[in-house]
Ligand binder design. Structure first.
Ligand code: PMP
Length: 458
């Protein structure tokens, strides 16, 4: 199809984030014009279920009047002030108090940022700063995991464990290491149980720490459920074994709750669902249901003490963004958290999880699906060329992207993460809408299967 005028203007002007820069010039973008509830509408008026909550973030759906009013009122009252050099404002204070109240582990202070990447970059810098303050300047390496996703700024992209974020970018930077990925379906060995696999992941982590030297390893960072790496749910008991290794070597543990936080797994945070007890937490996305770009780093007292002691020696803590704690973002985040509590959004997500996961598991029987996995209201279907041998498709065939395109034709937006098709709808989705989402996804899978057979890919 020839590109429309709007599509032409788009490809002549925009560099799209996270997009194949060659193919978009031929296909053009899908231009979205408006949205309401769980639906987004393109410029031709076609409705799509936003099956990915945007980018795993629009938990309260679209067109929420209360959030819009809150932003408007805050803009009129105090559109901007900052937290630098001794200034403050009420929305930031109140939001930090609220976050400390709902946090799953003891949190001393909250540092505001505008995105998940900024949160994780700040975590890295704070860990380095803390270990300098504590007089252990060699203890700087940070361990992430293969297939992790922690963002795209220089340090965060280094933590990310996906080749596309490193290749040609000259990343990862020094002092970032990647441990085994806890995806049993792909990395479990013949005859190994899930528990034995977790034990091996922890053993491999310990071997890495010992090889590097425990006095050089500062921190470990993990998403409770890995999102952009493929919605990879670690086996039960995995985090207990990992934490034992980290504890033994005095390693600071960070949870990246950028996707899992605020109800996605059926509880306020994902860490307790997976048995992970981190020291520090990164949040963003659903903190404002994506009505404003706000994130935060939540730190324990040991980190705060280090920041204070270092300031006594060298003065200003030289880190912070113009928009750290933006008053409009903070006000919208506070209202979002109020709605989560008042409207029991998180309990609602937990209540819908069995239906959602039931549909997902049922699609696991589809001839194209090797593994159906998920927890709460997030999941993925791993598309495979051969179900029995678990043989993957040739990456060049782009079968995941093809399936997402067929889903779009069926009026549901899903996202391919590798050859897995991810599902992450707004938490406000109703049970009827869950049924509809999966009916559309099933039709898209059938079309993808027919395509794969016609192309001789399966
Ligand atoms: N961490 C996780 C777990 C994420 O999923 C993402 C974004 N998908 C990020 C960090 C980066 O967040 P942002 O895109 O807001 O920088």
């Amino acid at each position: 199809m020839p590109l429309t005028n709007l599509q032409m203007r788009d490809v002549e002007t925009l560099v799209h984030p996270y997009t194949n820069q060659a193919t978009i010039r031929e296909t053009g973008p899908l231009v979205i014009e408006r949205a309401k509830g769980i639906y987004v509408y393109d410029v031709d008026g076609k409705a799509y279920i936003e099956g990915m909550a945007g980018l795993w973030c629009t938990s309260l759906g679209y067109g929420n009047e209360e959030l819009a009013e809150t932003a408007y009122e805050q803009m009129k009252k105090l559109s901007f002030t900052h937290l630098f050099g001794g200034k403050s404002h009420d929305p930031a204070i109140e939001l930090a108090e609220k976050l400390k109240e709902v946090a799953p582990v003891p949190i001393s202070k909250v540092f505001f940022v505008c995105s998940g990447s900024e949160a994780n970059d700040s975590q890295v810098k704070m860990v380095w700063y803390m270990n300098n303050a504590l007089g252990r300047p060699k203890k700087k390496k940070i361990i992430s995991r293969i297939k992790a996703y922690h963002g795209v700024t220089v340090a965060a992209a280094s933590l990310t464990g996906l080749p596309v974020n490193h290749t040609d970018f000259d990343l990862p930077i020094a002092n970032i290491l990647h441990a085994s990925c806890p995806h049993f379906y792909r990395f479990g060995q013949d005859g190994e149980t899930e528990d034995e696999f977790s034990t091996r992941c922890a053993r491999e982590l310990e071997e890495l720490i010992i090889k590097e030297g425990p006095d050089t390893v500062a921190a470990f960072i993990a998403e409770p459920v890995m999102g952009a790496g493929g919605v990879l749910v670690p086996p039960k008991g995995y985090f207990e074994k990992i934490m034992a290794v980290c504890d033994a070597h005095d390693i600071y543990m960070i949870a990246d709750e950028v996707i899992c936080g605020f109800g996605r797994l059926g509880e306020w945070f994902g860490s307790p669902v997976l048995g992970y007890k981190p020291h520090a937490i990164s949040i963003a996305k659903a903190l404002t249901s994506a009505y404003m770009p706000v994130g935060a780093v939540m730190i324990p007292e040991i980190m705060h003490e280090a920041l204070v002691s270092e300031s006594k020696k060298i003065g200003t803590f030289g880190h912070g963004f113009t928009y750290s704690g933006h008053p409009v973002g903070a006000a919208v985040a506070l209202k979002t958290l109020e709605i989560y509590q008042r409207d029991k959004i998180i309990q609602g997500a937990a209540a819908k999880a069995p239906q959602f996961q039931g549909h997902l598991k049922a699609l696991g029987d589809h001839p194209l699906v090797g593994e159906a996995r998920g927890v709460g209201l997030v999941g993925a279907l791993e598309l495979v060329a051969d179900k029995t041998s678990r043989k993957a498709f040739d990456a060049k065939a782009g079968i995941g992207a093809k399936a997402a395109k067929f889903a779009e034709d069926e009026g549901v937006i899903l996202r391919s993460v590798g050859d897995a098709l991810a599902f992450c709808p707004p938490l406000i989705i109703t049970p009827d809408e869950v049924d509809d989402l999966f009916a559309r996804a099933a039709r898209a899978l059938d079309k993808t299967h027919a395509f794969a057979r016609a192309e001789g890919l399966t």
